[in-house]
Write a protein that binds this ligand. Structure first.
Ligand code: DC
Length: 653
């Protein structure tokens, strides 16, 4: 399973150039392909969902070619695709699947439409029924009412009224509306049930109008397509930035940006045609500072210095961006209820269930209903906990949970799923969100780095990670469980469910104080052995990264700068000669009234050095960007002062 580990973030600021809107891109591609004449589409989104639409149109014989830096020239087919028989794979792209089903029903060819397994669980029966009343021939190839579908040529009856349900997915109505001009006759579509996600229908009407078909609408119940309507190319069409993608960055600003230094998204503005721009209103209702211009929107924390406040919102108008509110709610005072979100259940995954399950992993109190979600923010009795988040092949789950890192470090599984709509998401996230600083201090055993690290952490008020203690705990736990230190599978199982708890001045294993037991020379030798096992290191990686919290961290070990915290703000390689280290260790043991023999100690630490230096995984070495701190002739105070000075320099630089 691929993953991305994100540390706790402490602030956000900066600008993000949004990728093009998925909803607009896929509609514009389809209408350009159906239109009379050639269209140049600019700033189209390049993502999985738009790739599926482009592949489908190419398979249908639509000619497309690059035009300039961010343009695509589409030769319209004037309502008749050149290829009359084809099998189309549409992945999990709902916008492509629903609209192509409707359009191909009227196209006079024989087509099979398929998707990924989840697409085959997403209902389409209401759209198919509406198309069949117009005379279309469409068959479900597996389960009635679900993809995959077989579409056959049919005699389209000029029917004056078509009814369609509006309360499952607005994409049914959008698909039908975009297809009906191909039928040629005047027709009225009547919506049954409450129409959900109205702004997406509005977007469809807006795009159709740009391509020459003006639909008359009576409220949200009836839509009339005039007789003789035909799509005509507008020549040039520029796609707006994606308003749903904007929601993550605006939320980042509302959670982590100072009012004078907001997060700004570029590509959508106050007059955007996408409904999800109204997400900005939801943030305003939570108290965030939101501003907008023609082509940008910015967000920052409440100007009065108060926290965000929870809201109770009917989210029918922002079904996708509303997911972002579920995670932003963790940083608000008071609970947040998102109502009228039943459509979440038939999206890329059952988003209500998925959101509730993953929030609970963070120790969040959540109430889930058929069409609502209530989120109670953390408090002292229910703090956020680091967790491994599953994303259910749902881009929005991955993007939403990245925001939770303002509370805790997280591991997010399958981060590549963001490619559905925003392939560069995590790179953008990292340019805007600023992590808590890390000082990584690596070096050989008994070099004094433990003492220096603790003192530096105390001076800065930072958290402290004694990573060696985790290997020592693993060695001790393995010994107690009777597992041989060379048994990689056995030791890895122990490392991955290590019940260890660090507390002021000590550490507990399975609830028992083991501070001294893990320092025993025998366990020290075992730690060095288990630390050489790659799977053990892998099993302890995320646990180490969960220490990367606000306000900052000092990590002490062998691979802090190379593996665990490669992005550390300051990396130090702290060392001294084996002879002086042996003297220091001997003194330490004698002070604790433990037996100590200088020669034996030096031989043992040199043997450990050899193991740490020569192991194939994460060997001890000075990273190219690490500063060397030789403590041979330095007192502890001098070493600490040196590190603090370097840290100040790195913070200023
Ligand atoms: O720092 P220490 O002596 O407590 O470490 C105990 C063992 O764990 C030592 O043999 C090296 C190993 N170790 C490691 O491999 N990687 C780390 N980051 C920390 C310690």
């Amino acid at each position: 399973m691929t993953f991305i580990d994100l540390p706790q973030m402490i602030s956000a600021s900066g600008s993000v150039m949004l990728p093009g809107s998925k909803s607009i891109s896929n509609r514009a591609l389809l209408l350009a392909a159906l239109a009379q004449g050639e269209t140049e589409l600019r700033a189209l989104l390049d993502s999985d969902d738009t790739a599926r639409m482009r592949e489908a149109l190419a398979t249908l014989g639509v000619a497309m070619s690059a035009a300039g830096e961010d343009g695509l020239r589409v030769s319209g087919s004037n309502g008749r695709f050149p290829v009359r028989q084809a099998e189309l794979f549409l992945g999990n792209a709902g916008t492509a699947f629903r609209s192509l089903t409707a359009v191909l029903a009227f196209a006079g060819g024989e087509y099979v439409l398929k998707g990924v397994p989840r697409m085959h669980e997403r209902p389409i029966g209401d759209l198919v029924d509406a198309l069949v009343t117009c005379g279309a021939s469409i068959k479900s190839l597996e389960k009635e009412g679900f993809p995959p579908l077989l579409i056959r040529p049919a005699v389209i009856r000029p029917c004056s009224v078509v009814k369609i349900r509006g309360d499952v997915s607005s994409q049914f109505l959008s698909g039908l509306l975009m297809a009906l001009p191909l039928a040629g006759a005047q027709v009225t579509v009547e919506v049954e049930g409450e129409l959900i996600s109205k702004p997406y229908v509005d977007l469809t009407l807006n795009l159709m109008a740009r391509f020459g078909v003006a639909v008359e609408r009576e409220g949200w119940r009836a839509f009339s397509i005039p007789a003789g309507a035909r799509y005509r190319s507008p020549g040039l069409y520029r796609v707006e930035g994606d308003a749903s993608s904007a929601s993550y960055f605006l939320a980042l600003g509302a959670i982590g940006a100072g009012a004078g230094n907001p997060v700004r998204v570029i590509g959508v503005g106050k007059d955007a045609v996408q409904g999800d721009v109204r997400f900005a209103d939801a943030l305003t209702a939570m108290g965030a500072t939101v501003e907008a211009g023609e082509n940008w929107i910015s967000a920052a924390r409440p100007a009065d210095g108060k926290p965000l406040t929870g809201i109770h919102l009917d989210c029918n108008h922002i079904p996708d961006a509303a997911m972002t509110l579920a995670v932003a709610a963790l940083f608000a005072q008071g609970e947040t209820t998102l109502a009228n979100i039943g459509s979440w259940r038939v999206k890329e995954t059952d988003r209500i269930a998925a959101m509730a399950a993953e929030l609970r992993k963070l120790n969040v109190r959540v109430e889930e209903g058929a069409d609502f979600l209530k989120v109670v923010p953390p408090d002292a009795a229910h703090p956020l906990l680091p967790a491994v988040i599953d994303t259910y092949d749902d881009h929005r789950m991955a993007m939403c949970f990245s925001l939770a890192t303002f509370g805790v470090p997280l591991r997010i599984h399958d981060p590549g799923c963001v490619a559905k709509t925003f392939p560069g998401y995590f790179a953008c996230f990292n340019t805007v969100a600023r992590p808590a600083p890390v000082i990584a201090i690596d070096g050989p055993t008994a070099s004094g780095k433990g003492t220096v690290s603790v003192r530096v952490a105390q001076a800065l008020g930072f958290n402290y990670l004694d990573s060696g203690a985790l290997y020592r705990l693993t060695a001790l736990a393995a010994r107690e469980a009777g597992v041989d230190w060379a048994d990689e599978t056995g030791v890895t199982a122990i490392a991955s469910r290590l019940d260890a708890e660090f507390h002021a001045g000590g550490v507990r294993l399975n609830g028992r104080e083991v501070c001294e037991a893990i320092r025993d020379e025998d366990i020290s030798s075992g730690a060095s052995k288990v630390a050489a096992l790659p799977a053990v290191r892998e099993a302890l990686l995320f646990r180490q990264r969960t220490f990367h919290r606000a306000p900052g961290l000092v990590g002490d070990g062998r691979d802090m700068g190379s593996v665990v915290f490669p992005g550390a703000q300051l990396k130090i390689f702290l060392t001294a000669s084996p002879a002086i280290r042996a003297v220091r260790r001997t003194q330490q043991l004698l002070e604790r009234n433990e037996p100590a023999e200088l020669c034996a100690i030096q031989a043992d630490l040199e043997a450990r050095d050899v193991r740490d230096l020569n192991r194939p995984v994460a060997p001890l070495r000075q990273e190219a960007d690490a500063l060397l701190l030789d403590t041979e002739h330095l007192s502890i105070d001098e070493a600490v002062a040196k590190v603090l000075g370097w840290f100040t320099d790195s913070s200023c630089g």
